[in-house]
Design a binder for this molecule. Structure first.
Ligand code: PMM
Length: 303
């Protein structure tokens, strides 16, 4: 089903009549946003269920931090963190996405019940990823990425951030399709904070509609990111608030992303974004109603 704004999700997932909310479960000791809180698998599962109760449509489970400067964990450790959590959440009926750059983790996670593969490298980090996703026939998130987190900040150099991100996403999309992933299963993501400064992130958010030229559902993952800290600090004159104090700012981005036609927002704190996307849907419906000619008399619209 396509919504009034033409927002259609990837083939293989349910369709919502609004922007979907993807809740984040990081089974890591060191994520910038919630590091360590859900490192225990039982707590991680409980947290995933709580996010669904708060309004998450799907839950993204990751076992490797991608914060700037992060050092990679090995595959065995990533599997140990992620697979039991994916399995339990999927068994409980939760729609699960796996956040991984490794084909082996993606493959095992899909077998354990994951319905979507979210690869921040868009298939660049592991040459086996695209063939695995193609064979599994699941939706695939292609994020804009310029290299591993350890030194990604050095790659935040653009003459035209919007044009370059669109071109590089198009290349990622073409790579995935050439590797056998069905185009209707691909979701794109501008990769806020990945090889980007706060100014780059804000420019991309200001032009979300331009990303839709690629013709794919759009995922926006602004939650608790550095650029929000920078925006909030600029007004108070103090330092940036800690990541966990950026949820209201995150919900503001969720409302805007939804209004701009994003397919989904990826957030750590779900309740406020679940409300935000519902308000955006209500406004979208009101805009459609007026377009359809039921505006009050005197506005120049058909009566
Ligand atoms: N950001 C993080 C992790 N996974 N996945 C997608 N698709 N897009 C993102 O921007 C993204 C991601 C950063 O770490 P976090 O889990 O603490 O937000």
């Amino acid at each position: 089903m396509s919504t009034s704004q033409g927002r259609t999700g990837p083939l293989g997932l349910p369709e919502w009549d609004r922007c979907a909310v993807m809740g984040v479960v990081n089974v890591t000791p060191d994520s910038f946003s919630d590091g360590g809180q859900w490192f225990d698998p039982e707590l991680a599962v409980k947290h995933g269920l709580d996010l669904v109760a708060q309004g998450a449509d799907l839950v993204d489970v990751g076992g490797e931090s991608t914060r700037p400067g992060a050092v990679r964990v090995d595959e065995a450790e990533e599997l140990r963190r992620v697979i039991p959590v994916v399995r339990e959440l999927a068994a409980a009926g939760v729609l699960v996405s796996v956040d991984t750059m490794r084909a082996g983790v993606a493959e095992r996670a899909v077998t354990a019940g994951a319905a979507l593969v979210n690869d921040v490298s868009g298939g660049l980090a592991d040459p086996a990823m695209i063939p695995v996703v193609a064979a599994a026939g699941v939706p695939f998130v292609v994020m804009h990425w310029r290299g591993q987190s350890i030194d990604m900040n050095n790659r935040a150099v653009y003459a035209d951030v919007l044009g370059e991100v669109v071109a590089e996403l198009r290349a990622g999309l073409d790579r995935a399709v050439a590797g056998g992933v069905a185009p209707e299963r691909i979701v794109i993501d501008p990769g806020l904070g990945f090889a980007k400064t706060a100014e780059h992130d804000l420019t991309l958010l200001a032009h979300l509609r331009s990303l839709r030229v690629l013709g794919c559902p759009l995922l926006v993952a602004a939650s608790r990111k550095r650029f929000l800290g920078r925006v909030l600090a600029a007004d108070t004159g103090g330092g940036p608030p800690p990541a966990r104090e950026r949820d209201a700012a995150t919900a503001a981005v969720s409302a805007i992303a939804a209004r701009e036609g994003a397919w989904a927002v990826r957030v750590h704190e779900v309740r406020a974004s679940a409300d935000a996307v519902r308000v955006a849907r209500a406004i979208e419906s009101a805009a459609m109603t007026r377009t359809a000619g039921t505006a009050p008399a005197g506005t120049g619209t058909a009566q």
